[in-house]
Write a protein that binds this ligand. Sequence first.
Ligand code: CP3
Length: 340
Amino acid sequence: MPRNDLILRSVRGEPIERFPVWIMRQAGRYMPQYQEIRRKAKDFLSLCKNVDLAVRISLLPLDLLKVDALIIFSDILIPLEALGAKVVFTEGEGPRVLWSGNLSDLKPYDPHQNGFVYEIVRRVKKAQDEVPVIGFAGSPFTLASYMIEGSPIKDLRKTKTFMWEREYDFRRLMEVLTEAVFLYLSHQIEAGADLVQVFDSWTLFIGRSDYEEFVLPYVSDLMDRIKRSYDVPVIYFFRGSSSFLDLVADTKADVLSVDWSVDLSVEMIRFDKVFQGNLDPTLLYAREETIRLKTLELLRTIPRKTGYVFNLGHGIAPDMEFNKVKTLVDTVRGFKLGRS
Ligand code: CP3
């Protein structure tokens, strides 16, 4: 058990002395120390596959920010290579996935091809016993979006037309991805991940009825399968959160990680779920005093003294300043919860 188990206690609804904090993309480009390690690798994919360097990067936010959980350094697109798709990261452009659009061009997912990811989980656990370690995967829908768009994502025009016009193939792809994500997360859990997070970054662009018809069944199935097999908290991050909150609340996800479209003071009372989020990341471009004030404003509206994990509503951008991120984390750490 990590010495600081604040996040695990909060997720279980147990008493906590302050709200736990970690931040999406905490191990990334806004950190000069990340840039320095990044230069040692040929490109981003080689960095993800270099276990020593990936472990060092994963640990940076503990040393530099004192966060309450460490997410492993990797990328949601990594398992797609093990399905036979080609993944390309071009500097400054965003990732692209090359796939023909034919299911027959995909290989059955072999989780052993991603052994380096589970090794990163194992090594981040071993390197410190201070805080819990978060494993992660992209959701079936967000992975399908990268596969179908084929170019850096701006909107989901190809994904949505594929979904509407080639429903049979779309559903088969979603089934393949649900199975792959389940196996991929299972191996991370068996390697020691204390929590896992599923990222649904592109649900922002779909309507409620499409979410209900084409996304929710696979998210529910994935959550059912993880919770049937493992006793590890599952966090589900989904953008465009306010459109689907009630649907997601009915899944077995333990923690709903929401963007700033959700009013936590209302929804945390309506839904008996643990919430994570949801500060607008743009705040990190403001002055430090503004960051402090707006963060405290959010923390004061949280209607419970447990069952909440502080995070942003989305990730830190590469051009944000390290010192401001530090101010944010310090502000949350300094917000003590009284006894009553
Ligand atoms: O959160 C963390 O610090 C852990 C590591 C992590 C990365 N990507 C590292 C990364 C995690 C959890 C991710 C998840 C991820 N990757 C998501 C879901 C979260 C979200 O942001 O919505 C998505 C959609 C991706 C796909 C992806 N990979 C994008 C959009 C980018 C940025 C492209 C760009 O150049 O702007 C990446 C690359 C990436 N993933 C970087 C990092 C640190 C930057 C790579 C570099 O150093 O050049």
